[in-house]
Design a protein around this ligand. Sequence first.
Ligand code: G3H
Length: 249
Amino acid sequence: MGRKFFVGGNWKCNGTTESVKKLVEVLNQGEVPSEDIVEVVVAPPFVFLPLIKSLLRSDFAVAAQNAWVKKGGAFTGEISAEQLVNLGIPWVILGHSERRALLNESNEFVGAKVAYALEQGLKVIPCVGETLEQREAGKTMDVITDQLKAIADKVEHWENVVLAYEPVWAIGTGKVATPDQAQEVHVDIRKWIAANVSEDVASQVRIIYGGSVNGGNANELAHQPDVDGFLVGGASLKPEFIDIIKAAE
Ligand code: G3H
């Protein structure tokens, strides 16, 4: 079976009750390809998760932007995977580069989070990607394979994983990777998975691209054979998110 196109909208730390309600109205009215063609997931900040879940159209799902690395308890300010499951939140984004850089989340920590969330029954979008400095030093795949290895060391079952390749230099910069650049890294990630996890996982796992995706560039990126969808930041807060979803067709 082919890999179903996947579009995630990461709202990051944005929104008020009023603005997210308006955004959901826009999403709910959008005409998009059927669920057979595209899977759509939006990730609001934690505080809006129940509200968005209650208002959002039933063919779109909801994701959290993070989860704690183990069972809940005395971890002030954290949200556990069990709590997300309890709220009926099916997805979680883990290891976003903003958290890796600003909150010092190490590869091993992210790997442990991914494994724990999967064990609790969540579906996970782990993020990997290189900085501009690393790319210019020719280290793109070294960095990404270290990030992937930390996940692969702890994860056995990959059915509920959608990998996001997000070059840090493309995030929020308006400097999108070219279709060739995205395709090249996605192929290399697939090759690494084939060699280090299994051929089956490599051919089945969805690898989505993130970094300055918008309504204007989504179509061309979507036509790359190994680009199975997008993780969208800024543009997921705007009506053009609907145009990005349409790139699945
Ligand atoms: O998670 C989403 C990415 O960080 C992309 O953000 O579309 O604003 O560049 P962006």
